[in-house]
Design a protein around this ligand. Sequence first.
Ligand SMILES: Nc1nc2c(ncn2[C@@H]2O[C@H](COP(=O)(O)OP(=O)(O)OP(=O)(O)O)[C@@H](O)[C@H]2O)c(=O)[nH]1
Ligand SMILES: [Mg+2]
Length: 234
Amino acid sequence: MTEIKIIKKVLAANDAIAELNLKFFAEKGILTMDIMSSPGSGKTLILEKTIARLKDKYKCGVIEGDVSTTNDSVRLQKLGVEVVQINTDAFGGDCHLEAEWIKDAALNFDLDNLDILFVENVGNLVCPAEFQTGMDFNIVILSTPEGEDKPVKYPLMFRESQVMIINKMDLLPYLDIDVKLMKDNAKKINPELKILSLSAKTEEGFDEWIEWIETEVEKKKVPLRIKVQEKKSD
Ligand SMILES: Nc1nc2c(ncn2[C@@H]2O[C@H](COP(=O)(O)OP(=O)(O)OP(=O)(O)O)[C@@H](O)[C@H]2O)c(=O)[nH]1
Ligand SMILES: [Mg+2]
């Protein structure tokens, strides 16, 4: 009983900081995304390919979450973007990132010149969904070899996400996977979920993903323009 009370308190405190993060990044006009999935679904490869396509147009930053190592940060740094690594083994090896760590990590970026902040959460299909980080979008990646039943077996992640990416579409010829059933299972859990299918390896389906990001970055910039206009008319 006591333990349950403590967990609720931790979650409530985390949610409050997540709320502040959301407002803070909105004021800066930065589009923020929390990329979550099981280990190995393709978070880093998707980020590598995504940033390669966006970096000449938009200033991108990444907060990289892992239990241990800077392997993924090293991969992403090669693209010339700013990366801040959080290793949770410093906090007892947690399987998720918390809003406060994001708040602290964000201070390492030149925030007035940042357009997009990507967070790669710790590889886990359960824990990160319990801890909001205060990003505009929670994005869950499910790769085809993981199976069509994962949305119904691990529903919280799919309930808490706004976008689902089905990755590793290039592997379909070698798998016995029903992608329509995978999508139906996800929609059963969250009818509002936007679903994109792609391959980070071949970049099949990538255009729609990049176009969606570009649309959302532009939307984030609008309040800033309004702010400037309001000031001028004062
Ligand atoms: N065939 C194929 N392989 C992929 C694709 N996306 C990722 N991979 C491979 O899957 C493996 C894991 O990819 P990562 O990007 O490291 O996965 P991750 O989700 O970042 O893993 P963690 O950070 O450990 O949770 C690597 O060998 C990738 O090359 C894809 O679309 N198709
Ligand atoms: Mg990774």
